[in-house]
Ligand binder design. Structure first.
Ligand SMILES: C[S@@+](CC[C@H](N)C(=O)[O-])C[C@H]1O[C@@H](n2cnc3c(N)ncnc32)[C@H](O)[C@@H]1O
Ligand SMILES: [Zn+2]
Ligand SMILES: [Zn+2]
Ligand SMILES: [Zn+2]
Ligand SMILES: [Zn+2]
Length: 247
């Protein structure tokens, strides 16, 4: 069983009224999904690992596989009940954020997150950490700007919404801005609960100094009245409202 040691060297900028958490908080009990009894050498990369079998291989050479980067297939990582240790190759999102990030001013957008070094496509950037809820907290929270809504279509065709509120508790993930031409994607990742956490992954290679951005919600016609300052050629002019489609 692993220790759950996550290395996260970041903090909130001075004056931000938010408690730093390295990973999302559930308000319900932990419900483990699957478990494996691989030993340390097996590293959970093949079909002998129950966790890998549940969602097929998630990571190759530390990068999220192509299908999952494109929103196809779910990601089940190893969890606390598994026998493997922290060197397991199926725990990328549990190792903490990339060390190559910097929280800095992004002009009129407020703070943003920038790459300190070249980041390869498929790399885990960080979690979008916050308070996880299955209730619609978007209307209740004091600041909807830090709430993401993940909308997933399950195998039986039903849909589930998961809300992550980074207003009062959050990590470096709450500082990524929106872009209509993003270099990152959100991917639901499950390990200690049937309700997913959300990982932010590099959707393409990102060069040193580039700002890291994702699409806040896939455009379905609902736009807010906040002007979008992403500056891309395909800019929709206003920030989107609505859900992020997880699958
Ligand atoms: C999750 S926060 C991102 C971090 C934020 N910039 C900060 O300083 O804390 C979301 C807010 O950032 C700003 N923002 C993000 N992307 C933007 C964009 N493309 N254009 C304008 N404002 C943006 C908006 O105020 C939005 O409500
Ligand atoms: Zn494992
Ligand atoms: Zn395993
Ligand atoms: Zn496992
Ligand atoms: Zn835009």
């Amino acid at each position: 069983m692993m220790s759950g040691l996550m290395i996260d060297p970041y903090d909130h900028p001075d004056g931000v009224d938010c408690v730093y958490i390295a990973t999302s908080m559930y308000h319900d009990d932990e419900v483990f999904t699957v478990t494996c009894d691989c030993d340390g050498d097996a590293q959970c990369t093949g079909s002998s690992c129950t966790c890998v079998c549940t969602s097929n291989v998630n990571y190759e050479e530390g990068k999220l596989v192509e299908d999952k980067l494109n929103g196809r297939g779910s990601v089940f990582e190893c969890n606390e009940t598994c026998r493997c240790d922290f060197s397991c190759k199926n725990r990328e999102s549990q190792k903490g954020p990339s060390r190559d990030l910097e929280i800095a001013s992004s002009g009129a957008k407020g703070y943003g997150v920038f790459a300190r070094r070249h980041i390869l496509r498929g790399s885990f950037i960080c979690e979008y950490a916050g308070e996880i809820s299955l209730q619609n907290i978007r209307d209740k929270t004091s600041d909807w700007r830090y709430v993401i809504t993940l909308n997933e279509t399950m195998a039986d065709g039903s849909t589930t919404n998961t809300f992550i509120d980074a207003t009062k508790f959050g990590n470096v993930g709450r500082y990524l801005n929106h872009s209509c031409d993003p270099n990152c994607v959100l991917v639901p990742v499950r390990y200690d609960n049937v309700t997913p956490k959300v990982g932010i992954f590099a959707a393409r290679d990102i060069v040193e100094g580039e700002e890291l951005c994702y699409v806040y919600a896939q455009h379905d016609g609902d736009l807010s009245d906040t002007p979008c300052l992403c500056g891309s050629d395909t800019c929709k002019k206003f920030l989107p409202l609505g859900c992020y489609k997880g699958s």
